[in-house]
Design a protein around this ligand. Structure first.
Ligand code: F6R
Length: 255
């Protein structure tokens, strides 16, 4: 379907507010673990960035200490920078290898990331969508949120029916990713990325958006309490049948 301008939909987003960022990450990891244990061939959507790092640490702990096995799981990551090979330390493939894949028993060929160096990005994006379909669709997609309300690299204005594609990064996102956590100079940050689209994400059977810290409070409040609008991409989850926002108290402070 399409929307013209802002509109209101029944807001079905469930809210969980945890006392701090560690508790929120444990909650989100627990939701992933339930799917991994319950499904015979679980399909998990993943995010990169600072927010999910503790989630991945907990999944590694569950694997080591509580026999959580990813042997039959497939994973799909939201996005990848254009131009960064998987060997680049700041590529999202390298991030996932370091924080999760190298420490659990997931099979390498079942970990799907977009290839930011693909010669034909449109074909790479189409193939990614096909791989999701072939895996049977995503059971649970873990998301973060940008300070401007972006999900994956769907910046404000991204169409609700957008699919995996190449996008330009906004100056705000380039600045957020060059604050020393990942890149230390805006000039080093790629200008474009391949990203799952809003429709790609909305098709996941379950969505868990994890947001922690006061910097996310305005975006979370807009997504939760504002209109269903492409100006705030995360608000486009409001009518999802099974979407939970897992927050810490700081991220929930503008409710
Ligand atoms: C990462 C992604 C982004 C981040 C968002 C928040 O794969 O798609 O949307 O989730 O930019 O990033 P952090 O967690 O670093 O604040």
């Amino acid at each position: 379907f399409s929307i013209s301008g802002d509109c209101f939909v029944p807001n079905k987003i469930k809210l969980v507010v945890c006392k701090d960022s560690s508790a929120a990450a444990l909650d989100a990891a627990g939701r992933i673990a339930v799917i991994v244990r319950e499904r015979s061939t679980p399909v998990i959507g993943l995010a990169t960035g600072s927010t999910p790092e503790t989630v991945y640490a907990e999944l590694v702990r569950l694997h080591r200490e509580e026999k959580l096995s990813f042997r039959n799981a497939s994973t799909f990551n939201l996005d990848e920078y254009v131009g960064l090979p998987s060997t680049h330390a700041q590529s999202y493939r390298a991030f996932m290898q370091a924080h999760l894949f190298s420490q659990i028993d997931v099979l390498p060929w079942r970990t799907h990331l977009l290839d930011g160096t693909a010669a034909l990005p449109a074909l790479e994006c189409e193939a990614f969508e096909k791989r999701i379909l072939a895996a049977g669709g995503v059971d649970l997609w873990l998301l973060g949120i940008g300070g401007n309300g972006h999900i994956a690299f769907n910046e404000p204005g991204s169409p609700v029916d957008s699919r995996t594609r190449i996008v330009a990064l906004t100056p705000e996102t380039i600045a957020a990713n060059s604050d020393g956590r990942f890149f230390s100079d805006p000039a080093e940050v790629p200008r474009a990325a391949l990203t799952a689209g809003i429709a790609t994400i909305r098709e996941a059977r379950r969505v868990v958006l994890l947001a922690t810290g006061a910097k996310k409070a305005a975006a979370v409040a807009a997504a939760m309490k504002g209109p269903f609008t492409e100006s705030c991409p995360a608000s486009l989850l409001q009518d999802h049948a099974d979407c939970t926002f897992v927050l810490d108290e700081d991220a929930a402070s503008l409710f």
